[in-house]
Design a protein around this ligand. Structure first.
Ligand SMILES: [Zn+2]
Length: 424
């Protein structure tokens, strides 16, 4: 039985051709696709014709290279298929619509997740419906069944559908059971412990849903948005209420055997501190957990006020910028720990590119950039690597989640393990 979400994207070979065309935003020739895919000229030609008829690709002018006739370029129609990205962050729920190139079309930020995950999911589903209706998008399951394809070009549909929503990618904090599509015990989201995110959101929207870690999603968003070269090894450090890391090589995020790769809260930083709940000294989370930073600043005399965590962090950063020592010290300890973590992770992964991002980075920004630059400078000179600060802002997780869904949909013969499509 064909999954509803793939009804119009089709077979292994079609996905392969579409992915190769998508990877070249300025267009690629059919001969180039033949060379890269290893498929026969006839197969590529047939698939390209179908993709053109279905409105997934279009011609993009001609390229003249050397003697002979100019070649016609093909590129994807970004507007033809959309995906939804959802980021479940302790501080906010972000919903974004992305096009077939992974570019954000629209987004909304809802209030923070509550103690009632079921009510939150209903709220999210209503927002997805509102956003899609606002843009005249069509859910994939509402498309009329495609007419039987004869494969010989047959009858031409009047006009191919646009803005067809394929599904939803969800980014959430670890730990989670990706295969079951459930969060387990994310420390900052008590109301979402055990939440069956994939099943519940599929039931509420009728769309296929894929779940992954916020760190993996954010890195994927960076790779897509920056068109980063696939051969690069990229180390991403994600700073939120907690801290996590992700690494990609060959354009793919490394997940490990149970999607728990990059859980670095107990990385030994070598910095002195009280004993961590794991029994060791100097664990990264002792310095980088937002709650710990607030406690540290408050204990040293900083006035934080009865705020929620995000507002308290903002108050500490503002006080630190004014030069108030208690707040400044807490922020500096956080950043020292981040630098120590980058040092260790760089030794392990030897990245060409380091990206630091996440909501906590946004909050710490004016103080974070000089400290992190200074702390990593010597190593970067030694390795020739580069350091970047995410420019996707707080929507990075949601954009990345949409990209992860797309990546999964467009990748021939690959499954993440999550139920990436409905069983209907
Ligand atoms: Zn520990």
């Amino acid at each position: 039985m064909r999954g509803t979400s793939m009804a119009d994207i089709g077979s292994y070979n079609e996905k392969l051709v579409l992915q190769l065309i998508r990877a070249a935003p300025d267009g690629v020739s059919q001969s180039q696709v033949v060379r890269t895919s290893g498929l026969s000229r006839q197969t590529v030609s047939l698939i390209a014709r179908r993709l053109l008829l279905e409105g997934l690709i279009e011609t993009a002018g001609q390229r003249i290279s050397g003697p002979g006739k100019p070649t016609t370029l093909l590129r994807t129609v970004a507007d033809s298929r959309w995906t939804i990205g959802l980021h479940v962050d302790p501080a906010h729920l972000t919903v974004v619509i992305c096009d077939l190139q992974g570019n954000p079309v629209d987004s909304t930020t809802l209030g923070a997740p509550t103690e009632d995950a079921g009510a939150d999911i209903a709220r999210i589903a209503a927002e997805i419906e509102r956003l899609c209706a606002h843009h005249g998008a069509v859910m994939i399951h509402d498309l009329p069944a495609p007419a039987a394809q004869s494969g010989d070009g047959g009858s031409v549909p009047q006009s191919p559908p646009r803005r067809v929503v394929l599904g939803i990618g969800v980014a959430a904090p670890a730990p989670m059971d990706v295969a079951a599509g459930e969060l387990t015990t994310p420390p900052w989201l008590p109301g979402w412990h055990g939440a069956a995110v994939v099943a519940d959101l599929e039931a509420a929207t009728g769309l296929p849903v894929l779940l992954d870690k916020d760190t993996n999603a954010a890195l994927t968003g960076e790779i897509w948005a920056g068109h980063l070269p696939a051969e690069e090894t990229v180390l991403y450090l994600y700073l939120s209420h907690g801290v996590g890391s992700a690494v990609s090589a060959d354009g793919r995020v490394h997940r490990g055997s149970s999607t728990q790769a990059g859980e670095i809260g107990h990385l030994p930083t070598g910095l002195a501190d009280e004993i961590c709940r794991c029994g060791r000294h100097g664990c990264l989370n002792l310095f980088t957990d937002a709650r710990r930073m607030i406690e540290r600043a408050t204990a040293a005399g900083a006035k934080v006020g009865p705020h929620d965590i995000s507002a308290a962090v903002d108050a500490i950063v503002a006080a630190a910028e004014r030069g108030e020592s208690a707040a400044l010290q807490a922020v500096e300890q956080h950043l020292d720990a981040v630098v120590a973590a980058l040092e260790i992770l760089s030794s392990i992964h030897d990245p060409q590119r380091i990206i630091v991002g996440g909501p906590m980075l946004t909050a710490l920004l004016p103080l974070a950039t000089p400290r992190i630059r200074e702390g990593t400078a010597a190593r970067l000179v030694e390795t020739g690597g580069t350091l970047h600060f995410s420019e996707l802002g707080n929507a990075a997780g949601a954009i990345g989640a949409a990209c992860l869904f797309l990546e999964e949909e467009l990748s021939p013969g690959r499954r993440l393990g999550a139920r990436a499509r409905s069983g209907s």
